[in-house]
Design a protein around this ligand. Structure first.
Ligand SMILES: Nc1ncnc2c1ncn2[C@@H]1O[C@H](COP(=O)(O)OP(=O)(O)OP(=O)(O)O)[C@@H](O)[C@H]1O
Ligand SMILES: [Mg+2]
Length: 286
């Protein structure tokens, strides 16, 4: 009886569970491509997870599977105790490009989903958009059109759009990859602040190791093609810390650790899976 209660507590500790998820695609020539090898991860409510790995290792594929936008070939995803079999309800997504509707104002881009789903009355929708815009430094931009904004401003709007319905799960696929270094740093700080205030689960794909260790509670490292999660590094540094990578030796060490894993030939899946662990590192078993 006691063991049952303990195992229920242990299970419910994780709001998002990815169990042995893999994905095979058929190409237009009929070839089978393994986009993602069997990968597992347990994520607690409110955790910020970064995914890093070589190009083509399956990060975007895993992100889509987590959000229920793509079915896995094997394995399963559970969110808030329910199996994910289609798009997750309280999902927010930010892509590398903002993808805003040019004929709608900034405010109506942000509130579009709320309007379509008849969530909140127009005054409340407007108030949410206004507050979010203010929090990313765009107070007063409500009536502008996307084509009147810079790339960084457009990406801020797409972040507001992803957060306006207060999602429990925020998926971000290289959201700041197309921005200059200064804008990226500002947006990292904005994101950390918004995340601290609302605490959704964030799954954040990036090629920027500094960005991953600065923002995330845990960095999941993928092996090369076909990729799978081979390392889970907990970033034990107090917040807020988004812009402090250069000054914080601990963050620099974490970045070094991740870079070493990503170096050419450094992550043969079997060798990593059987190696010993360090205190902040979980080597994922095969
Ligand atoms: N629809 C598809 N059909 C066939 N192969 C696909 C398809 N989608 C992705 N792939 C392949 O699956 C692999 C993983 O793709 P994915 O987009 O998940 O990689 P990624 O890690 O996000 O890469 P990047 O860092 O370059 O964005 C790649 O080798 C890709 O060519
Ligand atoms: Mg990708």
């Amino acid at each position: 009886m006691r063991a049952d209660a303990a195992s229920i507590t242990r299970l419910s500790e994780f709001a998002l569970q990815v169990r042995d998820v893999s994905r095979v695609f058929s190409t237009h020539r009929g070839e089978q491509v393994t986009a993602l090898g069997a990968s597992s991860a347990n994520v607690k409510a409110g955790e910020f997870i970064a995914l890093v790995g070589p190009s083509g290792c399956g990060k975007t594929t895993l992100l889509k599977i987590i959000g229920g936008l793509l079915p896995p070939s094997a394995g399963s995803v559970t969110y808030k105790g329910e199996p994910v079999t289609g798009p997750v309800d309280d999902l927010g997504i930010v892509f590398q490009q903002p993808i805003l509707l040019d004929w709608r104002t900034v405010q109506s881009n942000i509130t579009l989903q709320l309007s379509l789903r008849h969530l909140l009355d127009p005054a409340e929708q407007a108030e949410r958009a206004r507050a979010l815009l203010a929090s990313v430094g765009l107070a007063g931009f409500e009536d502008r059109y996307p084509w009147e904004l810079s790339g960084g401003q457009q990406q801020r709007v797409s972040l507001c759009r992803a957060l306006v319905h207060r999602p429990g799960l925020l998926l971000m696929d290289e959201p700041f990859g197309a921005l200059d270094a200064m804008t990226r740093e500002q947006l990292q700080a904005d994101l950390e602040e918004l995340w601290i205030a609302a605490r959704p689960i964030v799954v954040f794909v990036t090629h920027d190791v500094g960005e991953a260790v600065s923002l995330a509670d845990r960095v999941l490292v993928f092996s090369g093609k076909p990729g799978r999660i081979v390392e889970d590094i907990r970033i034990d540094v107090p917040r807020p810390r988004a812009a402090s990578l250069l000054e914080n030796p601990k963050l620099q060490n974490y970045a070094k650790q991740v870079r070493a894993l990503l170096g050419p030939g450094n992550v043969p899946p079997k060798a990593v899976a059987s190696s010993s662990t360090t205190s902040n590192t979980v080597r994922v078993q095969s």
